[in-house]
Design a protein around this ligand. Structure first.
Ligand code: PEP
Length: 249
């Protein structure tokens, strides 16, 4: 019922020519995929390349961040309207690297989600606990706080217009992956949290897993009942690996 989504988060990697060949590689390889939706999220300067190459294809384009404000004197920022104009369908919001290095709070993340939705795109809301929080037994409390902040600020209806990515911070870029059981437990917790407010939205919302997902572990993660796809960092930088994950979906 929920179509799997595999989205590549390139982070701040790549060159202009490299972006072109990576997008072309993904596009060619994704042609035969019917079951899985595929998206790539390159850095801002490469979005125009994505728009040109992916326009009219089933592979979606996404951005990695957005400004909370609609426009004006915000030097260095990029607005949701601009992303929409360059063909973005998805915008990653609240990635742990942004929360950690750029001070993004739950309140800021909620504002970003709202402006992305207002501009007709779909946010990919990232949530996840640190290693310390997991070891202290705080995983569910942290995830609940991150999800509830959005429900309080934007309303439960906003979850009909977004995707969620559960990304345990300790698994991002570390080579350590949550076991399928660990991931499923948190995904199910997230779905039940949303279900508690609106069962129809809870049943429909896609919850992606992110954190060192690669061709070798994607199959068993994606086989879990509440894992509806993946947000892929490192392994999205090589078309072959990324497409192998897409095939596992
Ligand atoms: C990410 O940063 O969204 C991510 C999942 O990274 P990686 O796959 O490299 O762990």
């Amino acid at each position: 019922m929920r179509q799997p989504l595999i989205a590549g988060n390139w982070k701040m990697n790549g060159t202009r020519s490299g972006a072109e060949s990576l997008i072309e590689g993904v596009l060619n390889g994704a042609k035969g995929l019917v079951k899985t939706e595929v998206a790539v999220c390159p850095p801002f300067p490469f979005l125009a390349i994505g728009e040109r190459l992916l326009g009219g294809s089933p592979v979606r384009l996404g951005a990695q961040n957005v400004c909370t404000e609609a426009g004006g004197a915000y030097t260095g920022e990029v607005s949701a309207a601009m992303l929409g104009e360059f063909g973005c369908h998805y915008v990653i919001c609240g990635h742990s690297e942004r929360r950690e290095y750029y001070g993004e709070t739950d309140e800021i993340v909620a504002k970003k989600l709202a402006i992305v939705i207002e501009n007709g795109m779909r946010p990919i809301l990232c949530v996840g606990e640190t290693l310390e929080q997991r070891e202290q037994g705080e995983t569910e409390a942290v995830i609940a706080r991150q999800i509830d902040a959005i429900i309080d600020q934007n309303g439960i209806a906003s979850f009909a217009s977004l995707e969620i990515a559960y990304e345990p911070v300790w698994a991002i870029g570390t080579g350590k992956t949550a076991t399928p059981e660990q991931a499923q437990e948190v995904h199910n917790f997230i779905r039940r949290r949303i279900d508690g407010h609106d069962q129809a939205i809870g049943a429909k919302v896609r919850i992606l897993y992110g954190g060192s997902m690669k061709p070798g572990n994607a199959g068993e993660l994606l086989a879990q009942a509440d894992i509806d796809g993946g947000l892929i960092g490192g392994a999205s930088l090589a078309a072959e690996d990324f497409l192998a994950i897409c095939q596992a979906g």
